[in-house]
Design a protein around this ligand. Structure first.
Ligand code: TXA
Ligand code: MG
Length: 349
């Protein structure tokens, strides 16, 4: 299949291109598009054939449900059995935006879209291109991140193309995304509501609206003996092709450790890489040193994390290190993704 590229960066020709892309969706095809979090791989959420195609394009296990994206408040009522008052409060506070809610689905949503579950994940993104495409594509767009299953999520159109060129009908290029890490997932079918995946909208922000909010214990730990409640969180995820280790400790100790390990690896002919920060990037001697951003600006680290992981693959670095980014706010989500990418390999120095 030849993939069509549509550049939509806020010019007046965008509308025409989005109408075209919307037609593809309505006809059962797949279109990758930007959202404020990461790029999504869209298909008509109410068409079971489209959902099948999404799983096939990603190589994703079909028990891993898709998020249904909407572009109007009232559309939440059209695909769910009931919308509790708390969910309305959350929607009013955080939609459109990087927050996904789990609710009971109604019969309009095929089980192919929800991976066989009676619940459905619903998200109303804020990205203008996403909103227009959803409207023009019929109003209900199923969209996982637009990566091959297991790889880091794409944050720009080039990264989408790396995985999806020749596999889907079209890719909309809307430039770099703003956040860089997938939406927070909040399960509204339990009381108190529970965070299944951390993201830009934090527990503290949700608690201001809802009172107590729990979080899935498996988000940061292994060996709890429990399966994560979001089926997708059980897979090794966001992973580069090389082996990744997170190095924790004070700055100098981390730098010394990484440099020693990199030296040793170089002697064995193994290419190394490190995710550093603007504050430390000049201190490392690894082969590929990437700065994710500045510690003064945690958001910048979230924005660049996945593109760093992909860059290691492009440069064929095989032994990778990352600084640790424990911080309140988005730091939680960054660490959650890093831990998964590293298969929970952490070294304390
Ligand atoms: O920011 C995002 O949410 C992006 C953009 C494209 O919107 N989408 C995204 O989708 O991250 P995906 O498919 O990569 O991740 C969806 C996650 C998976 O872990 C899946 O298991 C979980 O949401 N999920 C979906 N429906 C669910 C449900 N009914 N119950 C529990 N977890 C669900
Ligand atoms: Mg994903």
């Amino acid at each position: 299949m030849e993939t069509i590229y549509l550049e939509c960066k806020g010019t007046c020709e965008d509308e025409e291109k989005l109408v075209f892309a919307g037609e593809i969706l309505k006809n059962g095809g797949l279109v990758a598009f930007p959202t404020e979090t990461v790029y999504g791989l869209g298909g008509d959420a109410l068409n079971r054939e489209s959902s099948h195609k999404i799983y096939a394009a990603k190589g994703r296990p079909s028990d891993n449900p898709l998020i249904v994206h909407i572009a109007r408040w009232e559309d939440i009522y059209k695909i769910t059995r009931e919308v509790p008052k708390e969910a309305e409060l959350v929607a009013r506070a955080f939609w459109p935006g990087p927050l996904t809610m789990i609710l009971y689905k109604n019969e309009k949503v095929p089980y192919e879209t929800t991976g066989g579950l009676d619940t459905v994940a619903v998200r109303f993104p804020s990205h203008q291109v996403a909103r227009q495409l959803i409207e023009l594509g019929g109003g209900f767009v199923a969209a996982p991140s637009a990566n091959t299953s297991g790889r880091p999520s794409p944050t720009n159109a080039r990264d989408v193309a790396e995985d999806m060129n020749g596999v889907i009908e079209a890719i909309i290029d809307g430039g770099e995304v703003g956040i860089g890490i997938e939406s927070t997932i909040l399960d509204m079918t339990v009381s108190p509501p529970q965070i299944l995946r951390p993201g830009y909208i934090t527990r503290e922000m949700l608690e201001e609206v809802l009172g107590q909010v729990d979080q899935d214990v498996t988000m940061f730990e292994t060996g709890t003996g429990q399966a994560p409640k979001a089926p997708g969180m059980k897979y090794r995820h966001y992973a580069p092709k090389g082996k990744l280790v997170i190095v924790k400790g004070d700055r100098q100790a981390v730098v010394d450790y990484v440099n020693r390990q990199s030296e040793e690896a170089r002697r064995k002919g193994v290419k190394t890489g490190v995710i550093a920060t603007r504050e430390t990037e000049t201190l490392y001697h690894s082969d590929v040193v990437l700065s994710a951003g500045s510690r003064q600006d945690e958001d910048s680290i979230a924005r660049h994390l996945y593109s760093c992981l992909r860059e290691f693959d492009r440069q064929e670095a095989k032994l990778l290190f990352s600084e640790s980014f424990e911080a309140p706010g988005i730091g939680m989500a960054v660490m959650n993704r890093l831990l998964k990418a590293a298969g929970h390999q952490v070294v304390e120095v």
